[in-house]
Design a protein around this ligand. Sequence first.
Ligand code: RUB
Length: 327
Amino acid sequence: MDDRGHDVAPAVETTADEIAAMEIRGAATIADAAAEALAIQAERSDADRPDAFEQQLRAAAKTLYETRPTAVSLPNALRYVLAGMDGDTVAELRASIVDRAAEFRRDLDRAQSKLGSVGANRLRDGDVVMTHCHSTDALACLEAAVEDGTEIEAIVKETRPRMQGHITAGQLREWGVPVTVIVDGAARRYLDRADHVLVGADSIAADGSVINKIGTSGLAVLARERGVPVTVAAQTIKLHPDTMTGHTVEIERRDEREVLDEEARAAITDGADGVDDGLTAENPAFDVTPPRYVDAIVTEHGQFPPETIVTLMRELFGETVDEPWEL
Ligand SMILES: O=C(COP(=O)(O)O)[C@H](O)[C@H](O)COP(=O)(O)O
């Protein structure tokens, strides 16, 4: 039950909790889980009238939407699935949502593998690629390169505070790619050995700015200084339609304990049990990389200089501004 009394399936609440707690994380994976959750809501709905069914679906979408604010793939997924809700009876509405969610998830997979082949074309034998965080879109490019027989190596930034670099390292090792893990602060030193920086995106704004894990913008500036090209791998589900009308992208601020846990706080305050009003930590989860530091955005429709991405955005989204549950 949401706070307006609509029945939201417990499985939807669980997915929402898992997204908020980052057990489900990464923009594409979040979108996939949200579409699946809407299908589950449709399947399990006990609504006996079409209007009650529709209200439940919108309430479920809102519950999912309110989990994390930065990855636009989440509202884009919800909007896409809800836009397919069609029919005069509960049975018809249910079938339309289940089909639309399945179609969305299939397309997401296809887009990622298409994008992978486009990105792999940027890589040559012997190339060393520096990564930040864990992006399934970026990894799709590396996987396609490995499948093509291209010999690559990776320098993987560990990505404080949640260490998603370890997930990236694990995946690359599974594919046999030699990996060197570095602390985030070592990026500049290791850029001397890198031929590419390859990252994903949570959102891409109409001006070509890339919103991705905190640390991406600093890495991109350093890469420009070192003459290393920066590639952003991002399916078009990462394009943020609201930025076409001047909206900015909200940057999630997470719990300061991810940066400074109780133990570290107690050590700093030396026995004062961590209580010290003058000691704070800040934990923005994402940052904005201006388009001038990005060489190419690789999508399932090909690669684009960041400044031209708005054309693709208009083509795909028109002038979408409604919230997903207001459709
Ligand atoms: O910044 C992150 C993940 O942040 P978090 O771990 O906080 O969710 C990833 O680079 C993008 O979401 C793209 O991922 P993908 O390419 O898999 O969509």
